[in-house]
Design a protein around this ligand. Structure first.
Ligand SMILES: [Fe+2]
Length: 275
């Protein structure tokens, strides 16, 4: 039987594309290559009308690499690689409501995340916004690029994760959350492009600077890196999937739909130490 042809429709020239004609539960090598190439080029890609059970979701994620286990969130039984994404009328806040790159506090932060939502808020809302860190880096002046070239930053999970999952029965009093030092500008291992790699959720300090200098520069970089013209915004439908490259993208989820339900699963793909 002839396969559907694959079509890639960019959301903006800088970031984001919708991929049509790929069934993530049944990807052949050509589908995978098309999706992977689109991800490398557009940094975040979107799929509509997908239908995956938990094992198919994990298998689809594994095409892109080994799966990562989240340092804090309790998984569903038997599936440590699954991160539950759920908000409803009992949610006081949601994870991911500030700009971030997923788990950047890990020594080897995840390269990618594949989020599959099957319940979306009835009245709309709950969009996810993505910002290209290539675009953010490329828009800096040459003197600023030179200044940042050898700087490193501390990324900490402590203030992000401590107590976050208590309401789901996790006692984390004895747990030590990751903290890592990464370059402020990283080079993507596949594309070779440079991108900013600091974010307002995890990054606490630019290590080579005095605290006041670090606070001021981080403030600038975090607001610059999420400028409107570096962004795309994804409007979820039931059974949509977003797959983003954490090495060159920051994202944030809109918390504008309380008390409606937004629910799904994420698998996260392991990455390398940033350089
Ligand atoms: Fe996230």
């Amino acid at each position: 039987m002839a396969k559907n042809s694959i079509e890639i429709k960019p959301l903006t020239p800088r970031i984001g594309a919708e991929v049509f004609g790929v069934d993530l539960a049944n990807m052949d090598d050509a589908d995978f290559k098309a999706a992977h190439d689109a991800l490398m080029h557009h940094q975040v890609i979107f799929f509509r009308d997908q239908n995956m059970d938990v094992d198919q979701h994990k298998a689809a994620g594994r095409r892109f690499g080994e799966l990562h286990i989240h340092p804090g969130s309790p998984p569903p039984d038997g599936h440590p690689e699954i991160l539950i994404i759920h908000a409803d009328e009992n949610s006081k806040r949601i994870a991911g409501e500030k700009w971030h790159s997923d788990v950047s506090c890990d020594a080897e932060p995840p390269m990618g995340s594949m989020l599959y939502l099957w319940t979306i808020p009835e009245g709309g809302g709950g969009d996810t916004l993505f910002a290209s860190q290539y675009a953010a880096y490329e828009a800096l002046s040459e003197p600023m690029k030179e200044f940042l070239a050898d700087k490193t930053a501390t990324h900490s999970g402590e203030h992000v994760y401590r107590g976050r999952y208590n309401h789901r029965g996790i006692d984390d009093r004895d747990k030590v959350y990751p903290e890592s030092i990464h370059p402020v500008v990283r080079t993507h291992p596949v594309t070779g492009r440079k991108g900013l790699y600091v974010n307002s959720t995890f990054t606490t300090r630019i290590n080579e600077l005095e605290k006041g200098e670090s606070d001021a520069l981080l403030g600038f970089l975090c607001s610059h890196s999420t400028r409107l013209d570096f962004q795309c915004r994804f409007r979820w439908e039931r059974n949509s999937v977003a797959l983003w490259d954490n090495r060159c993208v920051q994202h944030t989820a809109m918390w504008d739909y309380f008390p409606q339900v937004r629910s799904g699963h994420r698998v996260t793909i392991k990455g390398d130490r940033p350089v």
